[in-house]
Design a protein around this ligand. Structure first.
Ligand code: BGC
Length: 730
């Protein structure tokens, strides 16, 4: 063993000599900057590989790795999930844990929580920490971020994804990718493409207009490729326009490579490959799998060798794939002796997780200014609900994290309060569901006994805080929720506790919308707490007691009821006969609610603060711009309250007399601004005139209509405070 490692390192040194001076100290280096010399050397390496060796690099040889070519010092690729923590080590050929004792990692707030910060610098910090941890675990590719659009409130994987809005999605995923890749690890943006439901996820066939694709479903992937320079992308399970994503010429060649210039590795989702010849010719590079354990039988193993031998796949196609892999190996410094060694569970990693958690928490409602709570006024709190003590790190399948620790809300509160305030816990409701093999069995009966205990405690305490929402039986890969209702009789619990104590605060821990219509008007304060990572409970206690002023904003709409949201209103979910038609088209999320005048419970972009902000003096760099120009919008923001805080300035656009359907509002830019109490800042938001274009299907191109566009500034999609008109000339 030692001998073979030694041999491998000698060969690696030879390869380095062969590759000359190429170094990827700056990992954000554009692929185009790999000079011709290096390409020539990659070519030379490829020319020394036999067909069998090349093909051995194109498929998994365990659940999460590929084969090395030791003879030439080419290392194997080691992959790991996932988006919010490096997954625990599993056995090479089975899904069971490998039983390591040193693989517990930091659990970061999940995708929706990260997006709720509206703070790209936190996405960068998350990516950097994940990259360092991945390296410390000797991984080369980290399987995230997940950027599928949250098309329906019911999608089981909403918690992993970032938003219903393409811009927020794109802006948050780019720094996350750059952060990971700056640590010599390849990110893997997933799942390409239109993988927006889990129902029949491996077979469902998705149809939608080219316009909706380009305007809603593609932008985050495009930004990942062109701005994030992501090294790898994962082909999705589903079909798109009749063809499996992992063999779609349109997705893998025409869009990804030809239009966007992607030069990295297209990796199949696990068992998402369905053919040898089509998948190979149309642009899949690496087949990964779950089911077949004879790796030689994979589509991209012996059958691929045969397909080359009988002329169905040209050897140049194989070479193209191997080159993509070698390119990523080079960019992640896999041949370098001084490759980033990473670090694990450092205080900085936990600080990053805490910072995200603290900025993710959204204050939805605070009518009686019940929050923040004051330790000097409050002597007792009833802490109620299963989510007060439940850890969410494990579960949800591939994104599950074996966390070194996760502070629950109850622990967070106890730590924060010491002996100052009496904390009384009551479970309130019981998790009576079970998820086995992606099948949910749930018993939704109300547990009267637990409710009575909770009511008793609530009645004798100054304040009651109910920690409810979902858990990973519902927020999970592999299935969509049956409805938007809160499980386990939580609606009844909330009503009963509220009767016993009017000072009741509801905190929702969930990665997807839930129906809060039965209590939202009556409860004085509602907080959204997400699946918020290792430090979530500490962040929550600090928000509730005012050490942290909440600044999160919803990255998705919270509908009053499921039927208000587009795919459900139009009866399009989950599709008929395994075909999902996205006939709501571009009207996804708030675009639908605003355009159809349907009032949501809480709008996209909504989130309150313990202080107040005033927006004033909006001005434009110019009133008339041409299609190639940039528009700058200045706005002055003042913290008019007594507490330091942060506000997210959101810029939306609208064109009144458009020739095509336009949604009432579209997010065009945003900036989070931190202001000490009483201070003022003027900020500038910049957009290119061409950002106001729509995708014209007849010409298959972006079209900027001339006209007068409203540029609206607000602190939520339903709270526009200022607006200006800009005239676009052609
Ligand atoms: C998921 C991917 C994940 C892969 C490997 C699949 O089931 O869809 O997101 O990365 O498994 O665990």
């Amino acid at each position: 063993m030692i001998k073979s490692i030694y041999r491998l390192s000698i060969i690696k040194v030879c390869i380095l000599v062969l590759l000359g001076s190429y170094s990827c100290q700056n990992n954000a280096t554009n692929s185009s900057t790999i000079d011709a010399g290096v390409n020539a050397k990659i070519d030379s390496l490829v020319s020394q590989l036999s067909l069998a060796e090349k093909v051995s690099m194109l498929h998994g040889n365990s659940k999460f790795s590929t084969a090395a070519v030791e003879r030439l010092g080419i290392p194997n690729l080691k992959l790991s999930d996932g988006p919010h923590g490096v997954r625990e080590e599993i056995l090479p050929h089975a899904w069971d844990p490998a039983g390591w004792t040193n693989d517990s990692s930091t659990y970061f707030p999940t995708g929706t929580a990260l997006s709720a910060t509206w703070n790209p610098s936190l996405a960068l910090a998350t990516g950097e920490a994940l990259g360092e941890q991945a390296r410390a675990r000797n991984k080369d590719i980290l399987l995230g971020p997940g950027v599928n659009i949250q098309r329906t409130p019911l999608c089981g994987r909403n918690f992993e994804y970032m938003s219903e809005d393409p811009l927020l999605n794109a802006v948050m995923c780019v720094p996350y990718i750059k952060g990971i890749q700056s640590k010599d690890v390849a990110a893997c943006v997933k799942h390409w493409a239109v993988n927006n439901q889990e129902t029949n996820r491996t077979t469902v066939d998705t149809y939608l207009s080219e316009r909706a694709l380009q305007e809603i479903y593609f932008p985050a992937f495009k930004a990942a490729v062109q701005e994030g320079e992501v090294y790898t992308i994962m082909g999705a399970y589903n079909k798109f326009r009749g063809v499996y994503c992992c063999e779609s010429k349109y997705l893998l060649r025409d869009v990804l490579r030809d239009d966007w210039g992607f030069e990295g590795i297209v990796i199949s989702d696990w068992d998402a490959t369905h053919s040898t010849v089509d998948a190979a010719n149309n642009g899949l590079d690496l087949e990964m799998g779950t089911v077949v354990d004879n790796y030689d039988d994979y589509y991209f193993a012996n059958p691929l060798i045969k397909a080359v031998e009988n002329g169905d796949v040209k050897e140049e196609i194989i070479d193209e794939k191997v080159k993509s892999i070698l390119r990523v190996m080079l960019k992640t410094n896999m041949f370098e002796a001084n490759r980033n060694a990473g670090s694990y569970n450092t205080p900085e990693h936990y600080q990053a997780a805490y910072n995200v958690a603290a900025e993710a928490i959204v204050l939805l409602k605070n009518d009686k200014a019940l929050l923040p709570l004051d330790k000097n006024q409050i002597k007792s709190i009833a802490v109620i609900g299963d989510n007060a003590t439940r850890k969410h790190c494990e579960g949800g399948f591939s994104s599950s994290v074996k966390a070194k620790y996760e502070i629950t809300p109850l622990e967070g509160l106890k730590k924060e309060l010491n002996e100052d305030v009496k904390v009384e816990f009551a479970q309130g409701y019981e998790k009576t569901s079970q998820l086995n093999n992606f099948v949910l069995s749930a018993n939704n009966t109300v547990n009267e006994k637990l409710i009575q205990e909770a009511v008793k405690k609530a009645a004798t305490c100054d304040v009651a805080i109910i920690f409810g929402g979902l858990n990973h039986d519902y927020d999970s890969e592999g299935l969509d929720r049956p409805d938007m209702k809160l499980p386990y009789g939580q609606d009844v619990l909330i009503q009963e506790v509220l009767k016993a104590n009017p000072n009741t605060i509801v905190v929702m821990h969930a990665g997807s919308p839930v129906d809060m219509s039965s209590f939202a008007n009556q409860v004085p304060s509602i907080v959204w707490g997400w699946l918020n990572g290792s430090e979530g409970g500490r962040a929550m206690a600090n928000v509730l007691f005012g050490k942290v002023n909440p600044s999160g904003k919803m990255p998705f709409t919270l509908p009053v009821k499921l039927d208000d949201s587009p795919a459900h209103h139009l009866n399009l979910f989950p599709g008929e006969n395994n075909i999902a038609k996205y006939e709501e088209d571009i009207l996804v999320g708030y675009r639908w609610f605003d355009t159809r005048n349907i009032k949501p419970l809480y709008a996209f972009g909504h989130g309150l603060s313990y202080t107040s902000f005033d927006f004033s003096d909006v001005s434009l760099s110019q009133k008339e711009v041409s299609s190639s120009e940039e528009i700058s919008i200045n706005v002055t923001v003042t913290n008019t309250g007594k507490t330091d805080g942060a506000e997210v300035v959101q810029l939306y656009s609208h064109l009144e007399d458009s020739k095509v359907l336009r949604s009432e509002k579209e997010l065009r830019a945003f900036k989070k601004v931190f202001l000490k109490a009483g201070t003022t800042k003027t900020i500038t938001l910049k957009i290119d005139a061409k950002d106001l274009s729509y995708f014209e299907e007849s010409t298959n191109s972006w079209k900027l209509e001339a006209g007068n566009y409203q540029l609206m500034i607000g602190n939520s999609s339903d709270n526009i405070l200022l607006s200006k008109e800009v005239s676009i000339n052609q």
